[in-house]
Ligand binder design. Structure first.
Ligand SMILES: Nc1ncnc2c1ncn2[C@@H]1O[C@H](COP(=O)(O)OP(=O)(O)O)[C@@H](O)[C@H]1O
Ligand SMILES: O=C(O)C1=C[C@@H](OP(=O)(O)O)[C@@H](O)[C@H](O)C1
Length: 181
C-alpha cells in the first residue's frame, strides 16, 4: 500500500497524511523531513545558501528512492511535481491524491508561516496565485484522485480519502470504520 499526497504548500499534505496513516496503521513519511535530514539544515536555509535548483536535485533523488520501495503514506513537498521524472515516478509507484486548495484558503492557513521559502515575499497571496496557475495542471497529471480541501476539516478529509482508497481498491473495504467514532 503506497499513497502519496501532492498539492500546494499548506494544502494539508502533512496534517492529513499523518492522521490518515494513524487511522490506517501504515507508516507516515514526510519527504521534506527526509530531505532536511540529508542536507543537514532547514529547507529554508538550504534555499538561501544553495539555491532552488540544488534543492530540486536533492528532492528528485529522495522521490526516486521513495518511488523505488516506500510503503505507507507519503507527504511530498509542494514542488515535487515540477519535474516530469518526479511526476512519472510518483504516478507509477503510488496512488497519488491531489489535495486541491484555493490560493485564498492557503493564504489564510499560512499567513504566519516562516518556514516556506517561496512564500517569504512581499505579496504571498500573489505568489500563491502564481504557484497555483503554474502547478495545478501538474498536480492533476501526477494524481489518480483529486480531493477538494476548502471546506472539510482535516478529520473529514481523512474520511473522504479512506472512502476513495476503498473505492479504488487500494485498501480493502471496511477500513472506513472510524475507531474514534
Ligand atoms: N482542511 C484543513 N482545514 C483547516 N486547516 C488545515 C487544513 N489542512 C491543513 N490545515 C492547516 O494548515 C496548516 C498547513 O498544513 P500542512 O499539513 O503543514 O500543509 P502542507 O504539508 O501541505 O504544506 C497546518 O497548520 C494545518 O493544520
Ligand atoms: O512549493 C514548493 O516548491 C516547496 C514546498 C515546501 O513543502 P510544503 O508543500 O510542505 O510547504 C518545500 O518542499 C520547499 O519549501 C519547496
Amino acid at each position: 500500500m503506497a499513497v502519496a499526497l501532492v498539492g500546494l504548500p499548506g494544502a494539508g499534505k502533512s496534517a492529513v497524511g499523518r492522521r490518515l496513516a494513524q487511522r490506517l496503521q501504515f507508516p507516515f513519511i514526510d519527504s521534506d523531513d527526509l530531505i532536511e535530514r540529508r542536507i543537514g539544515c532547514s529547507i529554508r536555509d538550504y534555499f538561501e545558501r544553495e539555491g532552488e535548483q540544488s534543492f530540486r536535485d536533492v528532492e528528485q533523488t529522495v522521490i526516486a528512492e521513495l518511488a523505488a520501495s516506500a510503503e505507507g503514506i507519503v507527504s511530498t513537498g509542494g514542488g515535487a511535481v515540477l519535474r516530469e521524472a518526479n511526476r512519472l515516478q510518483l504516478h507509477n509507484h503510488f496512488h497519488v491524491i491531489y489535495l486541491r486548495s484555493s490560493p485564498e484558503d492557503l493564504f489564510r492557513r499560512l499567513r504566519h508561516d516562516v518556514k516556506r521559502p517561496l512564500l517569504q515575499v512581499a505579496d504571498p497571496l500573489g505568489r500563491l496565485h502564481e504557484l497555483y496557475a503554474a502547478r495545478d495542471p501538474l498536480y492533476r497529471q501526477a494524481a489518480h484522485d483529486v480531493v477538494e480541501t476548502g471546506r472539510p476539516s482535516v478529520a473529514m478529509l481523512v474520511n473522504i480519502i479512506v472512502m476513495q482508497l476503498e473505492l479504488a481498491g487500494v485498501i480493502p473495504p471496511g477500513s472506513r470504520s472510524d475507531p474514534t467514532g
